[in-house]
Ligand binder design. Structure first.
Ligand code: DON
Length: 301
């Protein structure tokens, strides 16, 4: 498969979709993103890397960070699964509604409530955002990866919903560190800027069943399988059914316009275009991944 040529073709095919949707504006700094940007990168399990368009341009990874914090948390053990579920919520990513009826246990680790619990668990082992940055720099081979200070300040100033989620869960004993500390870690992880190339290389351990780029093992086979499974069922929130139907891969979106998807045994794919649909997923990004699995036949189904 000539992946470089394939990516060129996909970029052509999705041109009408680029610029559609709306950039996220509930975090004001994200509203400055140019909706006409588009990039896509594929990192194969053998280390090969291919890309098209703006694939070297850093952007705000936002909720894609939740995949990596979950992986780093599970590398310490399974304890977090007593504090967070693994069922799709069918609700928006920042919804409060299920928490009261479900004893402060979030449905899954990818909605904001669940990700706050994961970050709280990781913070019990040390500096959560620092551990995440170290991992991403090592895995991507890019020591320049860092937090976008403007996005972090903007998000920290508009975090009332996440603050409410965290304090509510703390009232059930399901946030254990001080809420302001957990929120600060969470805002930092979401504000990390990376390119499609960086994200694809950092995520390929999930295609390699837990093995990192240097051949060491981050996760056992079961933990890697479980992360992929939860990405498939919960990674695109209340659009996870539609994403499975169109793309047929484990995937995780972020409101910066990125989506990372995993083809187990083959590759990790990251696509970026800032225009979002009503559920917070990149319009051109979903279209590009739809074309990718259609043209390659590499859906998991
Ligand atoms: O907490 C938030 O709302 C953002 N930092 C991340 C949300 C997000 O990316 C949802 N994904 N589509």
């Amino acid at each position: 498969m000539d992946l470089a040529a394939l990516l060129d073709r996909i970029a052509d095919d999705v041109t009408p979709e680029i610029g559609r949707g709306a950039v996220a504006d509930y975090i004001p700094a994200l509203a400055q993103a140019d909706p006409h940007r588009f990039g896509m990168a594929v990192a194969e399990v053998d280390g090969s890397l291919h890309g098209v368009g703006d694939w070297r341009q850093p952007f705000s990874i936002q909720s894609m960070s939740k995949v990596f914090t979950l992986a780093l948390t599970l590398a310490h053990g399974d304890d977090v699964w007593t504090r967070v579920g693994r069922e799709p919520s069918g609700n928006p990513f920042n919804s409060l509604v299920q928490l009261e009826n479900e004893d402060g246990i979030p449905r899954n680790p990818f909605i904001n409530a669940g990700a706050l619990v994961v970050t709280d668990e990781l913070a019990s082992h040390g500096d959560a955002a620092g551990a995440l940055l170290t991992f991403l720099r090592e895995e991507s081979g890019n020591p320049g990866i860092g937090v976008d200070a403007e996005v972090a300040t903007s998000e920290a100033g508009h975090a009332d919903r996440n603050r409410a989620l965290a304090y509510f869960m703390a009232s059930y004993g399901n946030i254990r560190n001080p809420v302001p500390d957990v929120l600060a870690q969470y805002v930092r992880q979401c504000s990390i800027a990376m390119s499609c190339a960086d994200v694809a290389r950092s995520a390929v351990f999930l295609a390699r069943h837990g093995l990192r780029n240097d051949g060491t093992r981050l996760l056992g086979l079961s933990a890697a399988k479980r992360i992929n499974a939860v990405m498939l069922t919960c990674g695109t929130y209340d659009a996870a059914g539609e994403f499975a139907y169109r793309v047929g891969l484990p995937g995780k979106s972020g409101v910066g316009g990125g989506i990372v998807a995993i083809v187990p045994g083959r590759c990790a794919v990251c696509v970026w275009s800032p225009g979002l649909d009503a559920r917070g997923n990149s319009v051109a990004g979903v279209a590009a991944l739809d074309r990718f699995t259609t043209l390659t036949g590499w859906s998991i189904f």
